[in-house]
Each structure stands twice: as structure tokens, then as C-alpha cells.
Design a protein around this ligand. Sequence first.
Ligand SMILES: Cc1ncc(COP(=O)(O)O)c(C=O)c1O
Length: 443
Amino acid sequence: MTRCRPPATESSSATANVALYQREAHSVSKLAHLRFFPLAVTGGKGATLRADDGRILIDFSASWGAASLGHSHPAIRSAVDAALADQAGASYLSSANLPAIELAEMLLALAPARAAGRVWLGHSGSDANETASRVIRAATGRPGILAFEGAYHGGTSGSMAFSGHPSQQEVRSPHLTLVPYPTASADSTLEVIDDAIKRKPGYFGAFFIEPIQSDGGVLVPPPGFFEAVQRRCRDNGILLVSDEVKVGLGRTGVLHAFQNFDIEPDVLVLGKGLGGGLPISAVIGPEWLMNHCAAFSFQTLHGNPVCAAAAGAVVRTIETEKLLHNASKVGGYLHRLLVDLAARQSAIADVRGIGLAIGIELTHRASDGLSARELTARVVYRAYQLGLVVYYVGISSNVVELTPPLTLSYEDAARGVSILERAISDVVGGVADEGEHGNFTGW
Ligand SMILES: Cc1ncc(COP(=O)(O)O)c(C=O)c1O
């Protein structure tokens, strides 16, 4: 890999970020860091972020899908402002509050019939999935959980316990059965599921699915697969839980990601984009389950009215700004640009996803001596240098993931793809400035 003079757009970034990074290193723990490049953000608007050197970067990640309306959206700002101007406490543990109730009512009105009973509010996808799994075990008396290899359901012990992502191996529950995620054909996975259920009748209480397996590599199942999984769940009294934390609430061009298939989950889990950047999550399920007992799963700030008000604004704005339509149209446009790029750039092995949940799988074939993992890490680093924020996922760490704001414009979509194109060709051509790339291990 040769070094080249950095292009004009990146001139001051490396040095300007050093100060913030050094300062951070002396104060902030690394335990939660999942870093790919030395980005330090001082602000943002729409689908862009402002770095501390003044550069404006296009944000194709939206903080892993959390900033669902983009940055500084006026609807969230005014909802948060109003909730803080006359703050109805800080929690729903020991008192009711209007923003939390209104949010629950809205979510129930939009929920699938089987799940439209009661809503639990939490802080994160992790605590929501953990709560769903705990209450299902407690209410059904069935300890077993089925989930997919490669699935990421959270970063708390209780959610890691039934995740299948390689980064979480050591804490899995003995009651977890992981089945392979189907790629080309569903048949072999269905056989594994049938076999597991037959060997332990009455043991499994829940089957957790991600409608698109995001952190596992943005995998979309073959047609008919989830329908076949649902039939098995119904036949055996197993609750189907749709973990829509990353790809739900409009990202795929429909409100709920399960609606891309002919299924209806018993339990729906939302997070990330629900708060539009504020911490809030939800479990939506039947009343018999969600009212299993009081004081079962709570943290002090659950049901926080400020976060609930932000989430209410997100749900309303998806409707008023027709963001399902935008995700579908701009997502389709983005997808087509990337498929065209793949035809020109042999480092791209596959482009997949639905709406604004897109994965770009890279392969080592085009690059001299670089593994697919190393190539991908260098591409996202180079993209950052050139002005685009994207990260990678996948059990082999070789899938660039796009989860931009649902408000993404055609112009920003096109600008982002042209930066990505240059980033890939610079890395493949051996002319990318490696910068501090070696310091960033990603995952
Ligand atoms: C499908 C899915 N579920 C749950 C989670 C956990 O969400 P959080 O990190 O907000 O707790 C994630 C995070 O990436 C996710 O992708």
C-alpha cells in the first residue's frame, strides 16, 4: 500500500482530531467504544455531521440507525423542548405521565393485532430484548429460546444470552438454541428447527428473529422462510418475536419490517430509531404477557417523559413527512446506484437490503493481498477521510452497512455513493492514505 498526499477535503482532519481524541482518552472509558476512524462530532443537521475540524460529512449510518429523522430535526426539538418546559417527572415507575401514555397508545394503534395489548418502555434495544425474553420465560414457563447464528440482540448479559453474533460467544444461555441463518435455501435451516422442536417438545417459549439480520451482515432471508418459521411457532405454542430495533419503524419503506413478509409476530421490539437519537425502546405484546406481574423489569428512568415525547414526535413525523415513501424511493435509488457501482467495481461482491437498510459486501478478489475484512476496514476509514460516515458489520466484518436517516435526500444519497466509490477505488488501487487506520480495530 503506497501513501499519497491527502486530498484537500481531509487536510486538517488528522491533526485536528488528535486533541479531542487525546482528551477523550484521558477521561472516557473505552469499554463502549466501537471505533473505525477518529471522528469527533461537534454538531449535525439532517443527514450530515460536522466534525471538530469544521468538515461536513454525509452520515450514512445515523449512529447505527438511531438518528432516524436525521440530526436536529425540528419536530424532535420542539417535542423535547415542550416536555422539558413543564417536566412530568422523569420516570413512569411510580407515576404515570402523558408523553409515555400517548406513545404507548400510538404504538398500540400501529401494532399487529396479535401484539396490540400493552407497551413496555425501556432505554435501549438491549434492555427491551432482555425484558421480552425474561417475561416470555416467566409467563410461559418455557425456558428455551430459538434464535439465529449471527443475530445481535443486544449488549446486556440478558440480551447477549440469546444472541448469536460472534462477538458475544462467552455469555450465551444454556437454554439458547441457535440455528443457521438461511442464505440460498431455507430447507436445511427448517430441518434444524424442526429437529430442535421435536427433541424438546414444550421447551421453547420464543423464537427471536430480525427481519433483516443487520449486524450479522445485512442478510435478507429467502422468500417464504419467515412464513415457514411462523407456521412452526404457531403449531408448537412458540411466540414469534420480531426484533425491529435496527430495521423497524419505517427503515424498510413499510412501518414494521415484518410487513415485508407474510407474517405477524406475537411480540414486537423497537429501539434505536424510535427515539430519533434519544434513548428509548419498546416491547409491544399481548396483555397476558405484558402484564405478567408488576415490578418485573424496571430501571429508574424508564418511561422518561422527555424521551417518550421525542419518540412520539418520531412516530408522528414518519406519517406527516411521508417517510415510508421516502425510505422506499430514496432507498431504491441508493440501491440502484450501488448495483451500478458493483458492475464497475469488482471489490463489491453483493448489494442487498430493503429500503434504507442496505449492505455492501466486499470481497478480497480485487485487492492485492488484502483480506475482505482488511479491505472493508480500510474502505470505511478512507470514506471518512473523504467525507462519508459508514461502518461495517457481518460475521466476517466485510459488509459496509448503510442505515441513513429516513429523511435522506436523493442529492445526499448520490454524494455519499460517489465518495464511497472513490474510497473503494483508492483502497483497491493502493493510493489511499492509511492515516491512523491501524489504530482502529472495529469489530
Ligand atoms: C437488531 C438489534 N437488536 C438489538 C440491538 C441492541 O440495541 P442497543 O445497542 O440500542 O441496545 C441492536 C444493536 O445493534 C440490533 O441491531
